[in-house]
Design a protein around this ligand. Structure first.
Ligand SMILES: [Zn+2]
Length: 75
């Protein structure tokens, strides 16, 4: 399993919040917990059960600072 280099807001979303948060550059993730009790984000694909009991989260976006193509860090 490859590590995901994303920043996620780990607050579970209601289905209504998921529908509003979902966008072309903002994905919804299913928050699993590994055997080592580490949080693991899995992309929600077409086979995802609609009544999944796990928390669903979205990528974090700072209000007013949306950068679709973030610049590389200078240091
Ligand atoms: Zn799920």
């Amino acid at each position: 399993m490859a590590a995901l280099d994303i920043t996620a807001d780990l607050t579970p979303l209601t289905p209504d919040q998921q529908a509003r948060a979902r966008g072309p550059d903002r994905l919804i993730w299913c928050l699993h917990t590994t055997a080592l009790r580490q949080p693991e984000l899995r992309w929600i694909h077409t086979g995802h059960p609609p009544n999944c009991p796990k928390p669903h989260v979205t990528t974090h976006q700072c209000p007013g600072r949306h950068q679709p193509n973030p610049q590389p860090a200078l240091f």
